[in-house]
Design a protein around this ligand. Sequence first.
Ligand code: DUC
Ligand code: ZN
Ligand code: ZN
Ligand code: ZN
Length: 486
Amino acid sequence: MTTVIKGGTVVTADRQWKADVAIEGETIAAIGEDLAGDSYIDAEGAYVIPGGIDPHTHLEMPFMGTTAAESFESGTFAAAAGGTTMLVDFCLPGADGSIRNAIHDWHRKSAPQICTDIGYHMAITGWNESIFDEMKDAVEMGVNSFKHFMAYKGALMVEDDEMFASFSRCRELGALPMVHAENGDLVAALQEKYFAAGMTGPEGHAHSRPPELEGEAANRAITIADAAGTPLYIVHVSCEQAHEAIRRARQKGMRVYGEPLIQFLTLDETEYFHPDWDHAARRVMSPPFRDKAHQASLWAGLQAGSLQVVATDHCAFTTAQKRRGRDDFRLIPNGSNGLEERLAVLWTEGVETGRLTPEEFVAVTSTNIARILNIYPRKGAIAVGADADIVVWDPKISRTIRAASHHSVLDYNVFEGVEVTAQARFTLSRGEVVWAWGQNSRPQPGRGRFVSRPPFPSAAQALSRWKALSAPRAIRRDPLNIPAGI
Ligand code: DUC
Ligand code: ZN
Ligand code: ZN
Ligand code: ZN
């Protein structure tokens, strides 16, 4: 059985050309002109792009006294409707602190539900010998990235010595450290200060998390990564200060990656001063939305390549859940939506405006993160042998984003009323159509798979390769063999 995606323009991270794409089973079998098959998918007038990869979601995650409302089923279906065929979810240790158990727990929750493929990052929320040991188990279980919260004091936050120990362990294991960069001690102090001064609403959230605190933490994490000899991935970069830290580190030769969110690129801090409490609270996330100058910095970073990935941090809490913080902004569960909207909003605000080329759009929504997470070219590529995770992307379907018609379980949408000019006509996951615009079909929950991500060549090997080159040079900067040029 051969299925051919017919008549479209294939776009990859480096070029675009008119071609058909033939699929056999779960993978791409051929790319070329006038391909014949047993069945056809119409791509006339559309782009044929690698399925989006959202590397930052929190589905069903217990957090701030409640649990994120988006399920693995609704989340992966909403993703597919928006042209995203893989997401990478953050796995949090439970009360026993065990990494192994947390991964089993995430499998137990996700496996029966997922409509498309997923991977995990593991959160490191403390430090002891069993965490040291279990990080190896995580890598063997296909989880090769570890996230560190520099904020959420008294809950998830880790200290600098703990990060140094964990980053050093990542280096031994060939894993990638990631950080949520905000100075958690100062956030807690400022929250206290504004609340004590009578500021109880969502505006207190914005005031207590200024961009300087994100910039400081980003710089500190970069210093720790440099000392440990690891690359570093900084999640949800929202501001010029953090972007500047990343630019400087890269200019010095470090592999530091930055991930702006689609929300940060398009929505701003005025949302927190909206007269409707629900409106403002629904947008409370950390870091918070910033002003337009920071947005301009993030767009520039995507253009220049100093920022590599656009994600969502999709962490969906209903209005009822947000109201837990009605009298105290510190209790509003942090998180906002974007899993379904990411590609359409980025296309409209990025490609339609001329800020990004279609190739850059593919790079920042799919290919770059596939390379950073070591799953390229199985994911993130239109290439013979790659998984047939493909989107037929129609740049002529305009629509208005509405909670009433989205596929998330949320009762609102932070992009409500935003007009977008493109949409997934078809989304294929490993060769199967999991979304078709204008049709009511839904994929089978549980058909998605966990994608095991191998470690990078070990630091020890990389080091000895460097040592073999006798020229005196810094050996600290390049311990993992992440491909150059991203
Ligand atoms: N920020 C959020 O807004 N939600 C989940 C976790 C985080 O760091
Ligand atoms: Zn501290
Ligand atoms: Zn975070
Ligand atoms: Zn997050």
